[in-house]
Design a protein around this ligand. Structure first.
Ligand code: HEM
Ligand code: HEM
Length: 223
């Protein structure tokens, strides 16, 4: 416990490891997108069919909850998935505690959301993760395609929010220990994104681009 509450650990987590986490996240993401575009280029049948207009239309269509047929077929999952992702992406960006750190380190600031709102958004991520977990162990059609890696990826998404929430409310562990744990899990998540299936955030726009362009070519409706 002493090590977990130590300033030495805090200094490592807030110093070199922040750099490692952000550089790996940004560099790894650029690499993933670059190699993906390279693979698409090799397949001679992909790029000639891509249309910018159809891509944007398809992306827009799919990003609206319930606009596409697949979202309408599963309303509960749709709501949970949208809530989960919106809160997952926007909470850390507009969180007051994080923006204070950006200001202290780099002197940069941007909008922050009120802490009562980000606290609720954090709870939404926590509960939607619990929902995904129970869906994975109970729904037969999901259980069938669930592997250990799915639980690991779900935990990587869950832990920064869970520990961030406990640190903010100063519950369970001494505050310093929980903040250290939180930063560790946050950095782990950033590093994991480009190298695991969490990188699906880079793929979705390419899949929509490909499918949207094909649907446009055949003059059919997008799903
Ligand atoms: C580079 C690594 C990170 C650092 C240095 C960091 C730092 C912090 C600090 C100092 C707090 C405030 C704790 C308190 O009030 O006592 C916090 C809270 C929080 N952080 Fe992070 N964080 C990092 C990464 C992340 C990531 C990647 C996420 C999620 C994707 C995240 C989500 C949160 C959440 C949800 C809260 C608490 C919000 C609430 O319940 O009010 N953090 N973070
Ligand atoms: C911002 C772009 C992103 C898009 C468009 C996106 C899209 C999706 C979609 C369509 C699903 C399938 C949901 C379903 O079962 O119907 C999904 C699942 C998931 N996403 Fe994302 N995602 C994004 C970013 C992220 C990020 C940054 C993370 C975490 C770091 C993440 C974590 C997850 C997890 C853990 C699941 C699986 C939940 C389960 O166990 O079923 N996503 N995402």
């Amino acid at each position: 416990m002493e090590f977990l509450t130590s300033t030495a650990l805090y200094n490592i987590l807030r110093g070199p490891l922040v750099w490692v986490a952000f550089l790996v996240f940004i560099g790894g993401s650029i690499y993933r997108i670059y190699t993906l575009l390279g693979m698409a280029k090799k397949e001679k049948v992909i790029f000639p069919f891509i249309s910018l207009k159809a891509t944007l239309k398809s992306l827009f269509h799919w990003l609206i909850p319930f606009a596409s047929r697949n979202w309408r077929l599963r309303p509960v999952i749709t709501v949970v998935t949208f809530l989960f992702h919106i809160c997952l992406v926007f909470t850390p960006i507009f969180l007051l505690a994080h923006n204070q750190l950006w200001y202290e380190s780099w002197g940069i600031t941007w909008w922050t959301l009120p802490e009562s709102i980000t606290d609720i958004m954090t709870l939404i991520v926590i509960f939607t993760c619990i929902f995904f977990f129970f869906r994975r162990i109970s729904a037969p059609e999901v259980k069938f395609v669930t592997f250990a890696s799915d639980y690991i990826l779900l935990s990587i998404s869950f832990l920064p929010f869970f520990t961030g929430f406990l640190a903010y409310h100063q519950w369970v562990l001494p505050h310093e220990a929980m903040v250290n744990l939180h930063i560790l899990f946050g950095e782990l998540m950033l590093i994991a994104i480009p190298f695991t299936r969490l990188g699906h955030m880079f793929y979705f726009f390419l899949t929509r681009s490909w499918m949207g362009s094909n649907f446009a070519l055949w003059h059919t409706r997008d799903w």
